[in-house]
Design a protein around this ligand. Structure first.
Ligand SMILES: [Zn+2]
Length: 446
């Protein structure tokens, strides 16, 4: 068995392993004995059968077999300050859970706490196989700087935003009449400091929490700021019935929940909305029309009893969808968990007679959790698959962690992916790289 001491930590390098990846042009590539060559810039210069690989690189390759190399997972929705509460608060509805479990934790996420927690959190993302994460911080500007500094040092690909709230907030030290101006100014300053850092490895997402905690002014001004700076814009939509009723009460002029964001000028290809569990047909059509992207967070949606997003119906409509852990609404950072719970949830809809759209195989779930997420972020040309020319955002998994009895091997690609989804183990990810640079986190627990 390969030891972690032998793992490459910086480009250039080449590795020999089993390889499984979705492809840009559709379909999946499975190579039982692959050579993957990463050049000095961290790009993939060869990915194919070892037997036809360049001899020099093959000779120098670190042999990871029987490990399997996949593209790194893309998490489209997580709340970094909430990570310590992951798994807590089962049985509560969304708004009660926020008040009881989440706001106290976010209130404590000051600069010092961010300096303590953020490095550990980025390691935890990498340990779960995630190499790109779209993340919410808390409301405090200095804590966001600390969170970005930690991502810069760790090496993960991170898109982060300071939470904006001017209707309900947990920071009582701010005069309510100044919150809007201050939140916009702090966000603009953070964008100037961090958006695009390290050749776009770090990016900024303008992050109003959700319509319940934001005025129409904040939604509109934040969307304008995102479009004028090229930053992303992220928030939550249509997660929970109680929340939807509250939004209807707060925004009586809006046709529906999606219309609240539409009126703010916030829909579009750089916008990622989390959940979208209960969309009406007109809401779904409007999101497709505007090319707005969705973070599907099935583990969170069932943990908080929010509902079951009709994934098949949305895919049929052509909505751009990736997966989100939504920690701490979701109890687990792993995108493999999101795949598993998503598959169960989709089956449950079918059992209940509400199924729609195509059946999804384990390889389809792999695509959604990698290339799907990358495309949702507009990064499909750079990451999301193991293909020549892409940046080497990779993970290596030891499949013995998912074997039901020792010695079980899965020769078919679909069988292997099925085990990785339905028998995912918290320690199965043994290595992770972004642009060929090794990330701390995987393998830390044995
Ligand atoms: Zn969330």
């Amino acid at each position: 068995m390969t030891t972690t001491a032998a793992l490459p930590v910086a480009p250039p390098f080449s590795i020999r392993a089993r390889m499984l990846t979705p492809l840009d042009d559709g379909g999946v590539r499975h190579e039982p004995d692959a050579l993957i060559v990463v050049d000095a810039a961290g790009r993939i210069s060869f990915a194919g059968p070892a037997a036809i690989g360049p001899a020099v690189e093959l000779g120098a390759a670190v042999d990871l077999r029987p490990w399997v190399v996949l593209p790194g997972m893309v998490d489209l929705h997580a709340h970094l300050p909430q990570l310590p509460n992951a798994g807590l608060g089962a049985g509560l509805d969304l708004l009660t859970w926020l008040e009881r479990y989440i706001f106290p934790l976010e209130r404590g996420f000051d600069e010092a706490e961010a300096e303590r927690l953020a490095p550990l959190a980025w390691q935890a993302f990498a340990a779960s196989g995630t190499t790109t994460a779209l993340v919410y911080g808390a409301v405090y500007e200095a804590s966001l700087d600390a969170t970005f500094r930690a991502a810069e040092a760790h090496g993960i690909r991170a898109i982060v935003g300071k939470v904006m709230m001017d209707r309900i907030t947990y920071d009582e030290t701010i005069d309510p009449s100044t919150i809007l101006e201050r939140s916009l100014r702090e966000t603009a300053d953070l964008i100037a400091r961090w958006h695009g850092r390290d050749d776009n490895r770090l990016r900024y997402a303008v992050t109003p929490r959700f319509a319940v905690s934001c005025t129409a002014d904040l939604l509109r001004e934040s969307a304008a700021l995102a479009s004028s700076t090229g930053a992303y814009w992220q928030t939550h939509v249509s997660e929970d019935r109680g929340e939807i009723a509250e939004v209807a009460r707060l925004f009586p002029e809006a046709r529906d929940y999606v219309d609240v964001y539409d009126r703010a000028g916030a829909l579009g290809a750089r916008t990622v909305l989390a959940h979208a569990v209960h969309l009406s047909d007109p809401e779904l059509a409007r999101l497709v029309e505007t090319d707005t992207r969705i973070a599907h967070c099935p583990a969170s949606n069932l943990f908080l009893a929010s509902g079951v997003m009709p994934l098949g119906r949305y895919l049929e409509a052509g909505l751009g969808i990736g997966l989100g852990s939504d920690v701490a609404g979701g109890p687990d950072l792993s995108i493999f968990t999101a795949m598993r719970v998503g598959a169960y949830a989709k089956n449950a809809l079918e059992v209940a007679g509400r199924g729609a759209g195509p059946a999804l195989s384990p390889l389809d779930w792999l695509r959604i959790g990698t290339l799907g997420g990358a495309r949702a972020l507009g990064l499909g040309d750079r990451i999301g698959s193991v293909e020549v020319g892409k940046e080497a955002d990779l993970i290596a998994i030891d499949p013995s962690f998912v074997a039901p009895v020792p010695g079980t091997t899965d020769d078919a690609a679909e069988d292997l992916m099925s085990r990785l989804i339905f028998r995912a183990h918290p320690d199965m990810v043994r290595a992770a790289w972004v642009r060929g640079r090794g990330l701390e986190g995987p393998g830390a627990r044995g």
